[in-house]
Design a protein around this ligand. Structure first.
Ligand code: NAD
Ligand code: ZN
Ligand code: ZN
Length: 389
């Protein structure tokens, strides 16, 4: 089959690789129809997530038809159309039983690596480095999906791939980012990053009752999407001082809740950019946390800081004084996608919203390298790339 593989820092190729096989009685093989490139893939592309190996198959946002099931699979049959969540959950461990699917204790065969870096293991993730299990990803023609009774969700034929594909990751992620904010009537929610994850965090904040949503980025086409499709107000951080602008927009108090939808590769026009970039290059810190620092400084006293942007390890100059003295709460996580798939599918089916608005580029799987380039460099108005396999 054809698959998108990581071939080194800043380099991906579509190559012929062996077809996946059933390895475990609870596996299913999916014939992939649509798959997407995520901001998290960019962290892998750049080599900021350790333990990638040349030849690893990328991709954790995918859907398609079941073409084969292992002998112990009971809920799926050949021909079912499914969307697959990015964290691989066993469904049976303490974390899965408590809804912390991204913290599944059984699906990461390299748990020792995660334990060393994070203190405890995290779930296996498709196409997301050996730290999360080294599972082949879904930017490919086929994928093996473990624990097939627990993970994929069946989707009805009347909804298009583009309407349901993002149930695999970014829609639940944006939703969880907003849900972690415990939004109350009247709340002002500010979101750093107007990428696809930020767009869905803004949309979800509105769905959950925020009175005002403010999106922050430097790409005007992305801010325009947030204004036009989500009804957000926006701040261009290259044109305005974000902290000043937010204070002005909120009567001096700051937004009630803030969401970091940027993560470890944040950019900044300020001098500290050079400091963090240099430290990241020298591996003296793993992540560049400008958006997170700014979000913490911006939120009102007693506010909530929700972190869905991905961080890999250790950061410098973390404003713990602000967190402690102003009584902030930090909530974070890789998304527990399995929690949100069914309820969000029902809302899409009911016509409450259509997540396909983020898609700006569609191309065949064989053009994945071009898709990575457009999405990474934010060229040609690129917001989200969908590959058809
Ligand atoms: P993206 O690269 O399209 O979007 C990131 C956006 O952040 C860009 O538009 C960029 O201009 C903006 N940005 C950079 N520096 C900024 C700053 N200082 N202030 C404000 N905006 C800034 O990526 P995406 O697909 O939207 O993903 C966003 C983040 O979410 C990534 O870190 C990704 O890894 C993470 N993610 C997390 C989960 C999860 O489960 N928690 C799931 C999916 C993606
Ligand atoms: Zn993702
Ligand atoms: Zn589990």
């Amino acid at each position: 089959m054809k698959a998108t593989v990581w071939t080194g820092k800043n380099s991906v190729e579509v190559r012929d690789v062996p077809d996946p096989k059933i390895l475990d009685p609870q596996d299913a093989i999916i014939d992939i129809t649509s798959t997407a490139i995520c901001g998290s893939d960019l962290h892998l592309l750049q080599g900021f997530v350790p333990t990638m190996q040349k030849g690893d198959i990328l991709g954790h946002e995918f859907m398609g038809r079941v073409v084969e099931v292992g002998p112990e699979v009971t809920t799926l049959k050949v021909g079912d159309r499914v969307v697959v969540p990015f964290p691989i959950a066993c469904g049976a461990c303490w974390s899965c039983q408590h809804g912390f699917f991204a913290g599944c204790e059984n699906t990461n065969p390299n748990s020792w690596m995660a334990e060393k870096l994070f203190g405890n293991t995290t779930a296996g993730v498709f196409g997301y480095s050996h730290l999360t299990g080294g599972y082949p990803g879904g930017q490919a023609e086929y994928a093996r999906v473990p624990f097939a009774d627990v993970n994929p969700i069946k989707v009805p034929d009347e909804l298009s791939d583009e309407q349901v594909l993002f149930l695999s990751d970014i829609l639940p992620t944006g939703y969880m980012g907003a849900e972690m904010c415990d939004i109350e009537p009247g709340d002002v929610v500010a979101v750093w990053g107007a990428g696809p994850v930020g767009q869905f965090a803004m949309l979800s904040a509105k769905l959950l009752g925020a009175e005002r949503v403010i999106g922050i980025d430097r790409f005007d086409y992305r801010l325009a999407m947030a204004r036009d499709k989500v009804g957000a107000e926006t701040i261009d951080y290259e044109q305005q001082d974000v902290l000043e602008a937010l204070r002005e927009m909120t009567g001096g108090r700051g937004p009630d809740k803030v969401i970091d939808a940027v993560g470890m590769e944040a950019h900044s026009p300020r001098p500290d950019y050079a400091y963090d970039r240099a430290k990241q290059m020298l591996k003296l810190e793993t992540d560049r946390p400008f958006a997170l620092r700014e979000a913490i400084m911006a939120v009102r006293n007693g506010g909530i800081v929700s972190v869905i942007g991905v961080y890999g390890g250790f950061i410098d100059k973390f404003p713990m004084g602000a967190v402690m003295n102003r009584g902030l709460q930090i909530r974070a996580g890789q998304c527990h996608v399995q929690r949100y798939m069914q309820p969000l599918l029902e809302r899409i089916q009911a016509g409450e919203f259509d997540p396909s608005f983020v898609i700006t580029h569609r191309m065949p799987l064989t053009e994945a390298p071009r898709g990575y380039e457009l999405f990474h460099q934010k060229l040609d108005g690129c917001e989200k790339v969908v590959l058809s396999a």
